[in-house]
Write a protein of this length. Structure first.
Length: 256
């Protein structure tokens, strides 16, 4: 089983899952690299093929990790390899896309500013530079956030800043995914809702279709309702349900 890191984190997020899987199920994790989904998958592919030269592949991911698993599956299928299934652990898109207009960019930075004021003591009187936001991409938007923090007396450890950077960039990548049709089996493990923190920063996450919009591109889609929220689904007791299903599917592959 090949697993991919979630937004803003690494594959240690799957510790509870790995502990629940049968001992004879090998699990290989792929941690963070920079770039778009396609660019990251391209970077992963040489090591992935070195570890497992041929299928059937099982690719699993939570959050952004699921988008990476889906992208890797597309690449492997295009190369003529067999993919048994893709497991998406609450990998969803909001019901409605939010265009990246200057007004929406400003609203996004205002929300992040409010988060920083509440969490890190950022000076609430620091202005948001609207003129620079008009042309800013996601990396530049976060650079503006960092400049705003530098103008404040708030002392934020470098590790926390890096975590906020990767979280911001990865979640923007996840919000903007535009998956192409996939001719294979996909299993979607659904939480009941997005977690409150994500909705606070990006309100569109409050409305998510049951299929997370994967039905738009996947015909062979199976949805399993796990419970909890987006953050809690990878922890007990919810992850036990995910692990039990994955374990049974892996057992079925060995019998073939």
């Amino acid at each position: 089983m090949l697993i991919f890191h979630p937004a803003g984190g690494n594959t240690t997020a799957y510790e509870a899952l790995v502990k629940r899987l049968p001992a004879d199920v090998p699990v290989i994790g792929f941690d963070r690299v920079e770039g778009s989904i396609e660019e990251r998958v391209e970077q992963y592919m040489p090591k992935l093929r070195e570890i497992q030269p041929h299928g059937p592949y099982v690719l699993v991911g939570w959050s952004l990790g699921g988008a990476l698993a889906y992208g890797a599956a597309q690449t492997l299928l295009a190369a003529g390899e067999e993919v048994a299934f893709v497991g998406l652990i609450d990998v969803v898109r909001p019901s409605e896309d939010v265009p990246d207009t200057p007004e929406n960019k400003r609203a996004r930075l205002e929300r992040w500013k409010s988060f920083a004021v509440k969490t890190y003591g950022l000076d609430e009187n620091i202005p948001v530079p609207m003129d620079r936001l008009v042309e800013a991409d996601d990396d530049e938007q976060f650079a503006i956030i960092m400049e705003m923090m530098a103008m404040s007396d708030a002392k934020i450890p470098g590790g926390i800043i890096e975590h906020q950077r990767t979280s911001f960039i990865d979640n923007r990548v996840l919000s903007n995914i535009d998956p192409t049709p996939y001719d294979g089996k996909v299993v979607l493990y659904r939480a009941d809702k997005m977690h409150d923190g994500a909705i606070e920063l990006e309100p569109q996450w409050a409305q998510i279709d049951e299929d997370g919009r994967w039905g738009e591109v996947v015909d062979d889609l199976e949805i399993l309702h796990i419970g909890g929220d987006h953050l809690g689904i990878v922890d007990e007791p919810h992850i036990a349900k995910v692990a039990a299903d994955l374990g049974e599917r892996m057992k079925g592959l060995k019998k073939q």
